[in-house]
Design a protein around this ligand. Sequence first.
Ligand SMILES: NC(=O)c1ccc[n+]([C@@H]2O[C@H](COP(=O)([O-])OP(=O)(O)OC[C@H]3O[C@@H](n4cnc5c(N)ncnc54)[C@H](OP(=O)(O)O)[C@@H]3O)[C@@H](O)[C@H]2O)c1
Length: 307
Amino acid sequence: MNPILRRLQGAAVGQAGALFRIASHPIGGGGGLRRAALGPIAAALGDKDDLSGSVIMITGASSGIGEAAARRVALAGATVLLVARSADRLERIAAEIDAAGPGTAEARPCDLSDLEAIDALCDGVLADHPAVDVLVNNAGRSIRRSVDNSGDRFHDFQRTMQLNYFAAIRLILRLLPAMREQRHGQVVNVSSAGVQIRTPRFSGYIASKAALEAFSDAVQAEALADGVRFTTISMPLVRTPMITPTKQYEGIPALTPEEAGSLVSEAIVGRPRRVAPPFAHIFSTVDTISPEAMDALRSRVYRMFPE
Ligand SMILES: NC(=O)c1ccc[n+]([C@@H]2O[C@H](COP(=O)([O-])OP(=O)(O)OC[C@H]3O[C@@H](n4cnc5c(N)ncnc54)[C@H](OP(=O)(O)O)[C@@H]3O)[C@@H](O)[C@H]2O)c1
């Protein structure tokens, strides 16, 4: 095994692991001040974790980050709409959320790669609720493949765009008007720190996430006066089924799904524009100053982590 990779995997434990976790824990979520505050100050800041009365749609809620986020916002009192393809899993998670309270859950199965199915989903939801207060675009497809091995795999680029970009904007186009009408709402996009880092072998995946970030930044200006907030979470590595096929990630420090789900919930409470880990900010700043320096680093990473 590559010695640098072995050292990185060793960083999962001990003091080096603690430092690594600080650098990779996203900041800007909005819950930090309250978490850091002493008892009386925290009390004065109020119980802002109360999401009762909010209708929150979370896509990709049958697994990983989406499932953890759904459980977390329901604990804060929200009505959570669970969207994914696996109806049986959604029904089970909804039943568990209802039993735990105080929030409630509705299973809303949908294949988000089908635009007409998304329209039907939104019609059904808006027939039952005046608006979705928060849309969390979390369902995603990740593909790790170099362009060398992508010559005959154009569909990889189409599939990532279909789910990570087109599905998300179809949902936004259908749900935004009711948010604007009630003059309050939020779209949370679960993006990737890889967008800032421009991680090699993930070109199709990070391009689809970057497209959603750019779309959201442009639309934020249009919806600003109507009280709608767009939030981008640049998620670092999270130990979910999505990363299981990548053997190189075994042993490398990663957030738990619960930690990532809490970040989503804090972003709903705090309504920041961006949440990102410090290392991603550092890499993107270096890239702005010297893309050539980052090219050299990325090239090293490319050689270090084989296909
Ligand atoms: N894990 C990481 O390290 C990491 C890092 C950065 C960003 N992210 C992002 O975080 C998000 C959640 O990923 P995760 O790690 O929690 O992965 P995961 O556990 O594999 O969950 C993916 C979710 O997407 C749903 N999904 C996939 N295709 C779908 C479709 N066609 N229609 C509807 N739902 C679909 C899946 O449900 P069904 O199969 O039931 O449809 C599942 O609920 C993704 O957008 C990912 O890009 C993850």
